[in-house]
Design a protein around this ligand. Structure first.
Ligand code: GUN
Length: 167
């Protein structure tokens, strides 16, 4: 069994709509009432949720957006690169990994309401990471734009958007 198949089986990972595999590992019992959340949220949310996320070199996590800040944690495998575009079209990137002397970090926060995508750096490899959000994740807060829509919004990032969208 390959290392990737082993991780999928050991941690019961399922395909994620943005690409890669995931498993929710924590969803707080406690909930935040909609009155206590800002107006961008419709309905209540759990305090916090956490997932395992496995990305393989033959694919990518496509540009998407959530409302919350998302805390990424590196566990094992290849470093993973995050590509981030703010609503103002400002681009930034960060590599999450264990080679700290090369500027990689084991934790990184993607700010809420930013478009972001991810790619495993090494060929024939995988990146095994975690993603924590608060308020808790809800697919209602998740946007996976088409390539066409994202290109219309950010024409100056055409090459990146063509590389990291699939619908
Ligand atoms: N639960 C299901 N999908 C996701 C995701 O993309 N991020 C987080 N944090 N939780 C999820």
């Amino acid at each position: 069994m390959s290392k990737i198949e082993e991780l999928i089986e050991r941690f019961s990972l399922s395909p994620h709509p943005e690409g890669g595999y995931f498993k929710e590992t924590y969803r707080s019992v406690g909930e935040i009432d909609s009155k206590s959340l800002d107006l961008n949220y419709h309905g209540k949310r759990n305090y916090s949720t956490c997932i395992y996320f496995l990305l393989t070199s033959d694919t990518f996590s496509a540009f998407h957006k959530i409302k919350q800040d998302e805390i990424w944690h590196f566990y094992s495998g290849s470093p993973i690169k995050l590509y981030i575009i703010s609503e103002d079209g400002e681009y930034s990137e960060q590599i999450i990994g264990a080679n700290f002397t090369e500027g990689q970090v084991p934790q990184f926060v993607v700010p809420g309401n930013h478009w972001f995508a991810a790619k495993t750096i090494d060929p024939n490899s995988y990146s095994f990471v975690g993603c924590t959000v608060s308020p808790g994740f809800d697919f209602e807060d998740f946007e996976l734009p088409s390539q066409k829509n994202l290109l219309e919004k950010f024409p100056k990032h055409e090459a990146l958007i063509r590389k990291l969208t699939r619908i």
